[in-house]
Design a protein around this ligand. Structure first.
Ligand code: FE2
Ligand code: FE2
Length: 474
């Protein structure tokens, strides 16, 4: 499974043995590079960036670090190593050997899954392309660009599957990945959250904490797929995804830390005075948590979903850590508790587990999200400040599913439409919040220096010091 870096497209799938496929991907490559130049990161395309590149897919030591100009980054096709005699772990085909080719009858749902996942990858690069102009430090700029090149590689991962296994339809879908654009009124990205702007670094850290984590959960379910090339692709993508969530979690932690330091210095919890010192007050951070958490919850889809049931029954998409779950892996007569709103109150009802798979995945996700909040709250507590960040109720601010159009307060109280309208500005970032955050976004590009609103990280990248030249401008 070693990676061939001498090829035009680095890969560990013996691409040179399949000339047709190789040629098809080589003709997609210039379109990808054009897209990267036009809609990838702004202002840093000719900079030398200290990036990691995959050199193997083994769990230890898979990365190489060095300066790269991003358009020369070696994007390629890397799949986790195959396992011998692997069988499908769930659904009607449980126990049968995993598929190395697409089963004809599942061709279109499988393609839809791959296209939907693939579309999110370049979307986030587009959403984040302006952020380089306002980086809080070179360390953070480098992390942003690392996330961006890896999202680009994730697009390569999905495009490979489309080209290799879906013939002409797959090639057309691969082209369409570069034709839809985040926020484009005529050809938007497929999922709502991937058409929103990422206007500033607070939104970026929230996005990488909450929305990349949705990505982790979607990839984890596809990593269980009975279609082995998809499973192995996603297994390797997950190792890259971990860094994206690290960027979000530590970014928010460093903001919390800096804000608490200022609160202690000034001995105040007055948001106006805190803001006047050039940091983001905790209630504002809470409003951004509320927003990004709720839009990310929508990405899991309807609570009851026959599509999700079909994906599971047919062996295309499993549950989170499917093989570690102890049950029959078919879910024919089990139930799962699902929250919904009935007659003005939130109730929890047992639903057929097979139909509730989206909700189950959302449950796993919520538990995972809470871990970061616990860490941020420990920092607030350590600094002796009486404030705690909280995840809002799952029904808060939803656009998809049972809570759409129901006014649910962060604490789970169901509100009248009037009461909801009166209080949303306490709970969601206002235009004024955004304007304030934007006012802080002044670029800091001197090695080792940090913007006023964020504490330095506890360590540098790959053992380098904090004042390392992570990005060298031409
Ligand atoms: Fe990704
Ligand atoms: Fe990501």
């Amino acid at each position: 499974m070693s990676i061939d870096y001498s090829a035009r497209i680095p890969n560990n799938v013996a691409l040179s043995d399949n000339r047709r496929l190789q040629r098809a991907l080589e003709s997609w490559q210039p379109n990808y590079l054009r897209w990267w130049r036009e809609l990838g990161p702004e202002g840093t395309q000719d900079s030398d960036v200290y990036l990691r590149t995959a050199i193997s897919v083994e769990s230890d030591g898979w990365a190489n670090f060095g300066y790269v100009k991003m358009p020369e980054y070696r994007w390629g096709i890397f799949l986790a190593a195959p396992q011998a005699e692997l069988t499908i772990a769930f659904g009607d085909h449980r126990g049968a050997p995993v598929w190395q080719e697409v089963p004809g009858e599942y061709r279109s749902p499988l393609r839809r899954l791959i296209v939907t996942q693939g579309d999110t990858e370049p979307a986030s690069v587009e959403q984040q392309r302006h952020l380089g102009h306002t980086c809080p430090s070179l360390y953070d700029l480098r992390n942003l660009l690392q996330v961006n090149v890896e999202e680009g590689r994730h697009l390569w991962a999905m495009v490979y599957l489309l080209h290799a296994y879906f013939g002409r339809d797959g090639r057309e879908e691969a082209d369409a990945m570069l034709e839809r654009h985040a926020g484009d009124p005529d050809k938007p990205r497929i999922l709502g959250a991937f058409n929103e702007k990422t206007p500033h670094w607070l939104a970026f850290f929230m996005f990488t904490y909450f929305t990349d984590r949705d990505g982790k959960y979607q990839l984890a379910t596809l990593a269980e797929s009975g279609f082995d090339p998809l499973a192995r692709t996603c297994q390797f993508m997950l190792t890259e995804e971990a860094h994206h969530m690290f960027v979000g979690e530590t970014g928010i932690m460093r903001m919390v830390q800096r804000t608490c330091e200022i609160m202690n210095e000034l001995k105040t919890d007055d948001p106006e005075r805190i803001r006047a010192s050039g940091v983001i007050d905790l209630p504002t951070l809470q409003r951004f948590v509320n927003f990004h958490f709720s839009v990310s919850l929508d990405l899991f889809g309807q609570e009851r979903s026959t599509n999700a049931a079909t994906y599971f029954t047919t062996g295309l998409k499993g549950r989170y850590h499917e093989t570690r779950i102890e049950d029959d892996h078919r879910l024919l007569d089990t139930t799962w508790p699902v929250s919904m709103c009935k007659e003005g109150a939130i109730v929890c009802e047992e639903q057929p587990a097979l139909l509730a798979l989206n909700e189950r995945l959302r449950d796993d996700y919520i538990v995972d999200c809470q871990r970061g909040l616990n860490r941020w709250n420990r920092e607030i507590e350590k600094q002796g400040i009486d404030y705690r960040l909280m995840l809002p109720h799952r029904g808060f601010n939803r656009r998809i599913g049972a809570f759409t159009d129901v006014g649910v307060a962060p604490d789970g109280q169901v509100l009248t439409p009037d009461a909801w309208a009166r209080q949303t500005h306490d709970w969601l970032p206002s235009d004024e919040d955004h304007a304030f955050v934007m006012s802080l976004m002044q670029p800091v590009t001197e090695p080792g220096k940090m913007a006023s609103w964020i504490a330095p990280p506890s360590r540098g990248i790959h053992g380098q010091p904090l004042d390392f030249d992570y990005v060298k401008f031409p």
